[in-house]
Design a protein around this ligand. Sequence first.
Ligand SMILES: [Zn+2]
Length: 235
Amino acid sequence: MPTKHDVALRTEIIAVACDMARTGLTFGTAGNISVRVDGGFLVTPSGIPYERTTPDQIVFCDLDGGYEGEWMPSVEWRLHRDIYLNLPAAQAVVHVHSPYATALSCLRIDIPAFHYMIGKQGGPTLRTARYATFGTAELSDAMIEALADDRTACLLANHGQIAYGKSLAQAYSVAGEVEYLCRQYAIVRTLGTPVILDDTEMTEVMRRFRTYGKQPRDCTPEEVAMMDRPVRRDG
Ligand SMILES: [Zn+2]
């Protein structure tokens, strides 16, 4: 596991934060990123524009609510801390107020399986956590509930979205996919009432997602057996 002193990791956090501002996933200093390290996590600081953030300003927080150094962590540090405390698989967290996810979060509905890619985040819906004031333990508790059953992302009511992954690249990718799905759902809602994929179909989708995007060499024998792949020819 990386340590809190890892300059390359601190630099990567800044690079991803700058990229998410550039791509429109967030604006200004809204949104924050963290990566699990030995003894806690590294997180973006509060109120410093990403393009002016330097590696020493990335804040180390422990899992007991403490932080080190002169820079205060993001006001939403608790969301990150509670994911690391409750979800051992989480190695990185991305929280953003991306436009479509945030817009849909204000409807306070779970996004249904209007598209099979909803299943990629671990279940047949993308849940919306109940509303609570930002920065509070209540919001954190609501988020953890919404992430139950191995969901890797959720919306936060009247607020935005949060996603985690096995790496920073993966967490960032999940946040991007969530925004894209929310954009598609917003479009379809303007066109009419979408047909929702039923539980039987989503169970099959979830089964296929176990090996989605993986090469056979990265899978267990059981996963390879369930792959519906073309026949390999040795040329
Ligand atoms: Zn926020």
